[in-house]
Ligand binder design. Sequence first.
Ligand SMILES: C[S@@+](CC[C@H](N)C(=O)[O-])C[C@H]1O[C@@H](n2cnc3c(N)ncnc32)[C@H](O)[C@@H]1O
Length: 271
Amino acid sequence: MSPAKDSVVALPRTRKQRKRFKRKVKIKAKRRAQKLEKLKERENVTPLVKKYWLQRYDLFSMYDVGVKLDEEGWFSVTPEEIAARQAERCAGAGVVIDAFAGVGGNAIQFAKVCHRVVAVDVDPNKVQLAFHNAKIYGVEDCIDFIVGDFFQLAPFLKGDVVFLSPPWGGPSYKAKENFTLDLLKPKDGHSLFQVAQAITPNIIMYLPRNLDMLQASELSWLSSPPLDVEIEENFVRGNSKGITLYFGDTALHGSVRLTGCIVDKDCNIGE
Ligand SMILES: C[S@@+](CC[C@H](N)C(=O)[O-])C[C@H]1O[C@@H](n2cnc3c(N)ncnc32)[C@H](O)[C@@H]1O
């Protein structure tokens, strides 16, 4: 005879017991639902993004609170530590235009330190994910989300800093020995820079670590007199992840004092 058949389940008799029993059932159901959700999430992790999923907390420290990414988002989002560093250069800025906002990795960090962020992406799904992720970080009210092509929208945009993290052409960019600006998508780096320059000389570009440095620094010569430029290599846990180019007032020792006010986490303007 199996012990399971013999065991008697004590049914709750008093009101207090019934209440406690109901609460226990609820908690168990909640835990089961959470487990299922996690399993479902892991099922969505395709072999292509598995490597990036393992780095999820480097990408978004609040990942477990419910951050969402699509496949392209997994391998194209700027790691949080790097995005925060890039945003530091714009602390106190009026409006930062994030021209290729993706799932919001950079826009969220800009929103923490700037007055306003305009986050543009051509993919409506990305914009939805960026909005969702910004809500998790509590900064969605500081960001204007726009679905559209940056090249078409640029003539109508005004901003104090333009941030450019265009597609690098997928993970295959790593195979190139020297990543030249013509490999950027959807347009080459020179055309992109010129479009951004028509808005402001304060431009930040996030590009692959195998970037042709000479070609990149020559972008400053597209302006007369040439713009200040600073080149920074970005690491996470000792691994090189990319190169950030800071132009104009975003270059070190330059100042991006635009509105004279600093905005705290809750988007309140301070002195
Ligand atoms: C490298 S990802 C940006 C990642 C972003 N910095 C982040 O941290 O989440 C590049 C993004 O550019 C978007 N994109 C491509 N062409 C575009 C265009 N013409 N205008 C605006 N966005 C574009 C893609 O949909 C993609 O989400």
